[in-house]
Design a protein around this ligand. Structure first.
Ligand code: ATP
Ligand code: PAU
Ligand code: K
Length: 248
């Protein structure tokens, strides 16, 4: 078995990978702990793998620590694949392919593996939200990025100098406090942004499969069109595909 990690801004996610399938996915939030302690703690609960692959868009230090802790603990190969111009039929739509976040790249490859030969739109709701389009011949056409729920609220408080005292409720547009108004506003903005971007992609890619992934997806899904299919581990699935190809 191989072991896959996806290191985002808020959480570390992982899963085993064998015979083209994910096994026992898990996740942990990194708080104030030392990076090495955090990695040791997570790895202690996992079976020794044959190889490790890490998808990391951020946290230079944590990614490096995860890599060295895994190597020291298991003595296995640790791969950190990067966004490339091409992976099988999937072609990166960025002018500079390396600039495309690896989570986006892996998500596209995960979408293609789920429905090869079909156009796809991948919505990834993490710390930031991304909405990418993939043509039915595997050509990625690019995509959009906007701040996620937390980042949007944080930016508001930081730029206005209004301190955040409590985390607001995002349940109702009829908000009666700053905290609630900002939380509900962020939710509306994220929902609206996703809907608009997906709509635009659907005009360009009729019949596309629409995939929804990322940590904030379960909370947003009830207010999004039911045509968006949940694929919670799409990035890890894509990472598994990339790892599988590296073997050939
Ligand atoms: N338990 C939760 N309840 C509600 N929202 C959550 C929860 N966990 C994560 N989120 C939301 O998901 C976002 C993080 O998503 P995710 O776990 O995909 O993060 P990430 O992979 O670290 O993000 P990124 O890759 O964009 O850095 C948070 O900003 C928050 O809005
Ligand atoms: C946009 C995020 C933060 C989404 O996780 C990540 O994919 C990233 O850091 N991307 C690099 C910039 C880009 O994709 O254009
Ligand atoms: K992500």
């Amino acid at each position: 078995m191989d072991l896959l990690f996806d290191l985002g801004h808020s959480r570390l996610k992982w899963a085993g990978w064998a015979h083209g399938r994910l096994l026992a996915p898990g996740a942990a939030v990194w708080r104030d702990e030392q990076a090495a302690e955090f990695c040791e703690r997570v790895l202690a609960g996992l079976e020794p793998p044959r190889r490790v692959a890490i998808a990391a868009v951020v946290r230079g230090q944590l990614a490096g620590t995860l890599e060295s802790v895994a190597r020291a603990r298991w003595g296995c190969a640790v791969l950190r694949p990067l966004s490339t111009a091409r992976c099988g039929d999937v072609r990166n739509g960025y002018h500079d392919p390396a600039q495309l976040g690896f989570d986006r790249w892996a998500g596209l490859i995960g979408a293609w593996a789920r429905s090869p030969g079909r156009a796809a739109v991948v919505v990834d709701c993490g710390s930031a939200v991304t909405v990418d389009g993939l043509r039915d011949d595997g050509q990625h056409l690019g995509g959009v990025i906007f701040p996620g729920l937390e980042m949007m609220a944080e930016a508001f408080y930081a730029r206005t100098g209004l301190g955040r005292t409590v985390t607001g409720s995002d349940a109702d547009v009829a908000a009666g406090s700053t905290a609630d108004a900002v939380a509900a506003g962020a939710r509306q903005a994220v929902l609206g942004g996703i809907e608009r971007a997906v709509q635009a992609w659907c005009q360009r890619l009729p019949g596309a499969a629409l995939w929804l992934t990322g940590g904030a997806a379960p909370g947003l899904a009830p207010d999004l069109p039911a045509t968006l299919q949940s694929a919670p581990h799409l990035v890890l699935e894509g990472l598994g595909q990339i790892l599988q190809r590296e073997e050939k």
